[in-house]
Each structure stands twice: as C-alpha cells, then as structure tokens.
Design a protein around this ligand. Structure first.
Ligand code: AMP
Ligand code: MG
Length: 625
C-alpha cells in the first residue's frame, strides 16, 4: 500500500506534518458539559474500560472514553484526498504513530504512562438521541464512535473532528458491542470519499484498519474494522432531540450557541433576516447583529436562533438536492443521521440508484419506503421540524430570548400564545425557504448535468421530468445516462434516424427490460427526448462549442460511481480473498470519478464503469453492520 500512497495527489504548497505534529484542539469537550460521572480525562482514564459501558447519561454533551484497540490490526486503506485536507504528510502514514492512532491503539494527545491532565485532549463519545423511522428512540449517542481530537489544517484553517468508528463500547452502546464489521466499514470508507469527490457535502474517511482476529457476531461471526473518519462536526439533529425530550432547556441553548459560534463561523455568518411584512420589523444586519436585537424592536422579528435554524435548513436543502441530482439514497434518514452542518452522515444501507426507480430504497427493512429515494426531500424536512421543535422556545421568544427571566425560567404563561405563534410563523417560512433552496440547487445541478447554461422554467417539465419518466419506464441507468449524454455531439442527433440510432447507447447491453414495450418504441421515445434536448443545447450554445460543452458535462457527470455491486465485489476480495491493492484502485476511481481512465487496468476500469450486471441491480442491505 505504501507505494500508492506516497505517489498520490500532489499536496501542493500546503504545509503538511505527521499526525503527532498536526495542530489539534478540543473545542467540543472544552466548551460543552461532560458526563458528570467522569468529568475529567483522569476520572475516565483510571476507570476500568468495561465500566464505561451503556447507561443513561444526563445533562451532558459527551463522555470521556478511550478507544478499545484490536488484538491485532492491519491498516489497509488511506484516502489521499483526506490526507491532503487534513494536511497530513502522505509519507508519514507508514509510521507507527499514524497506524496506532487510527487503530485506536494509542492516544497521541496524552502520555499514556501518566494520568492525563485536564489540559490534555482526551477522546470522547457524543451523547444524542433520535427519532428512528418516525418514532422517538430515546438516548442513542456514539455507541461505537470515539472522537480523538480536532485537527486544524494550518493552510486552509479548516477544523475537523477525527473519530474512530468501531472502537469499542461507550456509555451510548445500548445493547450492542461497539464494533463495526469489515463490510460496512469498507462501504463507509469508500462512499464518504466518493461523495466528497462528487461535490456532495459529507463526512469524510481517512483510513480503514482491519481487526482480522476480532470476532463480531452479526447474522454470522465476522471480523471487525475501524474507520477513522472526520467532519467539521458530528452534531446531528438528534443531538438537540435528546435534551429537548428531557426538558433540558439549558443544554439546547448551549448546543445552539456552540453550533453557531464554533461550528459555523459565528452568528454574523448566518443568513440575514427575512424582512417581515410588519414595517417595524424590517431590520437588516448591522455589524453582524440584527438591529432589532440591539434595540429590542420588532415583535415578530427573527432572532439569531431563528437564523441558525434557517442556516441548518438551507444547508440540508442543498445536500438533499445533491442526493437527488446524483441519485444517492442514505437509506436510514433518522434524525440521529441528519447533520446539523448539512453533511451526508452515517452510512448504513446506502446506495446510488442503478436503473432509475424513484421508489427504490436500499434498506431491506424499510417496508414503508419511508427513506426511499423520492421521499428524501420531505423526510429531511420532517427531521428539520423536529429540530424546530427543539428550537421552538428560543425561536418563539423572538426579541426577548436573552431576557434573564426567560433564560432562567422560560416563558411566562401569558406570553405563551405569542411565543407559539411567532415560532410557528418562522417554521412555516423556513419550510418555504427550504423548498426554494432545494429547488434552486436541484435545478442548478440538473442544468449543469444536462450541459445547459441556464435553467428555463419550461426545462423542468419538458426536459427533466420527461427524461426521468423515460429512465424509469425503460429501466435505464441514471448516472450512466448523464455520462453517455456527455459524449454526444449535436450533429450526431440532428435527424430522427440518427437519434433513434444513438438511443441505443443508453440501453443496457443485454437489452431493455421493464415495461419498455418494443425496442422500436423505446428508441422512438428516447429519440423524441433527444430532439428536444438538442434544441435546448443549441439555444444555450449557439456557436459550435461542442468540445467546451462536452468537457463541461464530463466534469459534472461521473464515469465512476461506487455502486452496490462494486462495493460487494470489493468486500468479497478484500475480506474473503485477502486482496489489498484492489481497495487502493477503487479508491483512486472514487476520488477522481470524472476521469476517463485511471491508468490501472483498462478492462477492469471499464467493467466497473459499465452496465450494472442485471441480477445485481438495485440491491438491498440489512441494517446489521
Ligand atoms: P445507526 O443505525 O448507525 O445510525 O446507529 C443508531 C445508534 O445505534 C447509534 O447510537 C449508534 O451508535 C448505535 N449503534 C449501532 N451499531 C452499534 C454497535 N455495533 N455498537 C454500539 N452501538 C451501535
Ligand atoms: Mg446514526
């Protein structure tokens, strides 16, 4: 593996270091309240590991807990893109420091022979709750993820929280073992980096370590793995659900302040106020602080918490738009799997759609199709409404959110109706905003994927809808269709005969399936769409700038997507057959999905980019991971 890593992406002029010297912080544990049973690193460190197991944890954002190392470990994959973004020197991944840190075998931020001091950075597991499949599930939390530290990239100034998934039991493990199996870890490792390379907001993955001698019991006994993953934040909507369910107003507020000040670049970075129709509420941003908050004006005005809620909604709207435009389905969009930062997070039975089927869910257990592809935009809004309920009181308090009496005791009885009304209005308006942001982003992405320069109102019905209906009816592959469209010159489709001929390029090489009718009908349908499409292309690109247009399309339409069948093959080869290099090769493809080739093995590359074997289309997974 070493050779592939060190000759990976150029790290530019960026200053890199080994993992030990990386600038580190602990904002999360410093600024938020710890589990009172183990309030300091020392208290946790001297406690037997076993004792730090499942229990209810109240009034806390996290518990200090160290990773549980494997008996034997093997580092099998490192993301070059992750190294770059974290400013880790690629040559240093062969060092013991790197391998032991990402395997949870050493806490690089303390001297393990001494009792850790309060000034040390000590690992922690986050406390959160969540609604699972629409029902309140109570306390969840990081049951098998342990955060190590926040890494600060000195060049980009970006801060990421690095955590190990599968690193042993925590107070939040409930009935489970704190471990992760190899198959789900390979899937998370690859897809995190693939989504990022596609430009989709996501949590990331740095490395994959196997524990070949660990025995994890699922349906069968399987070996274990640890993924070192990182994100701007791991705070989820579920992080707010839990204190709200316990009436812990103080914690909701602390978390909200933390998110605005530490995760986002400060209150002033949040969206400006939506002008109210009420004259006296029309106030702008002044020096970052809304005027009404300074003056206490504006009965119906949004306060800063309303703007925070809107920012979370806007970010999630954009992320779902990406999922829809690239046909990605998370599969388990519970509130604990919905990021406050709008990241794709927690990869269980996710999948990219193969043949376009809006009702597809990769989750074998989701009989109601709650988390099916087509339901993602509405389910994320459902989750955001749960967040709105957590924020309801501080949003509804409007201009008096900082009044001492309100902060300490909550709303006075006689003010309750006013508070509720204000909160409802803001939530409703944010719902509209969510829809508008989603639509604008979805249109922007689809316009680019179709190689158009602008989005016309009529494109939605005439181009997108008709294309999607055709893909569904003919069971054509969603992402392949866009890539294949990215090679077609307008003169190749300037007659009906040519269009019918070109139509065949979109069909599965084994022939059509589904309710397509005859092949002639299918060709006619695609040809008709191509005719409309050609007209739109010529409208936006009046000169013959074919090269420019097609290369712009290839830059947004991936050739490679880590589909379920590829991940299955990868798992089989890495886990069962002991292959190692294949993981690096697939990661190379995932990290550069728009490439034409990857300089590995043309035949294999083409196979991975080609038609999905028909019996492996639209596979489903169970939740056990
Ligand atoms: P997920 O379905 O991955 O979103 O997980 C839901 C909750 O179950 C989270 O609190 C996880 O930390 C926890 N969880 C899932 N699998 C395990 C496991 N093997 N050990 C401990 N906790 C787990
Ligand atoms: Mg989860």
């Amino acid at each position: 593996m070493a050779s592939h890593i060190s000759n990976g992406h150029a790290n530019g002029d960026q200053k890199t270091s080994n993992i030990r010297d990386l600038p580190k912080t602990k904002n999360f544990t410093q600024k938020l309240p710890p589990d009172s049973e183990y309030p300091t690193p020392a208290a946790s460190h001297k406690t037997e590991r076993k004792q730090l197991g499942p229990r209810l944890v109240k009034n806390a954002a996290y518990t200090f807990v160290r990773p549980q190392p494997f008996k034997k470990s093997e580092l099998v994959g490192v993301s070059k893109a992750a190294l770059k973004d974290l400013a880790i020197d690629p040559a240093s991944v062969e060092s013991e420091d790197f391998k032991k840190t990402v395997a949870g075998e050493q806490i690089i931020t303390i001297d393990e022979d001494k009792e850790p001091g309060d000034e040390d950075i000590y690992p922690w597991a986050q406390c959160y709750g969540g609604y699972q499949f629409g029902s309140w599930a109570g306390q969840l939390g990081d049951g098998r993820a342990i955060s190590l530290f926040e890494a600060n990239n000195p060049s980009t100034k970006k801060r990421y929280e690095i955590q190990l998934k599968g690193a042993g039991k925590t107070p939040y493990s409930r009935f489970a073992d704190g471990k992760a199996v190899v198959r789900s870890s390979i899937r998370e490792f690859v897809v995190s980096e693939a989504l990022h390379a596609l430009g989709i907001p996501t949590t990331r993955a740095l490395s994959l370590t196997l524990g070949p001698e660990e025995h994890v019991r699922r349906e069968m006994t399987e070996p274990a793995a640890i993924v070192a993953r990182f994100a701007e934040t791991w705070i989820r909507i579920g992080t707010f659900d839990l204190p709200r369910s316990r009436g812990d107003r103080d914690m909701v507020r602390k978390l909200a302040d933390y998110v605005a000040e530490e995760v986002f670049p400060g209150w002033e970075s949040l969206p400006a106020q939506v002008p109210s129709t009420d004259e006296k509420d029309v106030v702008g941003l002044q020096g970052g602080i809304p005027k009404n908050e300074i003056q206490g004006a504006g009965e119906n005005a949004e306060n800063r918490y309303a703007r925070l809620f809107r920012e979370v909604a806007r970010r999630n709207a954009k992320t779902v738009a990406h999922w829809q435009a690239y046909a990605f389905t998370n599969g388990v969009l519970n509130t604990d799997n919905t990021s406050i930062y709008g990241l794709s997070v927690d990869f269980g039975p996710f999948a990219f759609l193969d043949n376009f089927d809006p009702s597809y869910t990769p989750n074998h257990d989701d009989h109601m199709l709650r988390y099916a592809y087509k339901n993602q935009p509405s389910i994320i809004w459902w989750n955001l409404v749960r967040l709105a309920e957590s924020f309801g009181e501080i949003i509804g308090a409007g201009p008096w959110c900082d009044d001492q009496e309100f902060v300490e005791k909550g709303v006075r009885q006689e003010k309750a109706d006013e508070l509720i009304k204000r909160a409802e209005t803001i939530i409703e308006k944010t719902g509209e905003e969510y829809k508008a942001v989603f639509m604008a982003e979805y249109k922007r992405l689809m316009t680019a994927r179709l190689g158009l320069k602008q989005s016309k109102q009529s494109d939605f019905d005439e181009l997108y809808s008709e294309l999607l209906d055709t893909l569904e009816a003919l069971e054509l592959d969603f992402n392949h269709t866009f890539r294949r469209l990215s090679y077609i010159k307008t003169q190749e489709i300037d007659t009906d005969e040519k269009r019918k001929d070109v139509a065949g390029r979109f069909f599965h090489h084994e022939g059509l399936s589904g309710l397509a009718g005859s092949e002639a009908d299918a060709r006619e349908r695609v040809a008709k769409w191509l005719a409309k499409y050609r007209e739109r292309v010529l409208e936006d690109w009046p000169g013959a700038q074919e090269e420019e247009r097609l290369s712009a399309m290839k830059a947004v339409n991936p050739k490679f997507i880590p589909r379920s069948w590829i991940l299955d093959e990868l798992i089989e080869r890495v886990e069962k057959k002991g292959e190692r290099e294949i993981l690096d090769r697939v990661m190379d493809m995932a990290l550069a999905p728009f490439n034409e080739e990857w300089g590995w093995n043309r035949e294999e590359e083409e196979r991975f980019c080609g038609d999905v074997p028909k019996y492996q289309r639209a596979m489903q997974c169970s939740c056990s991971s």
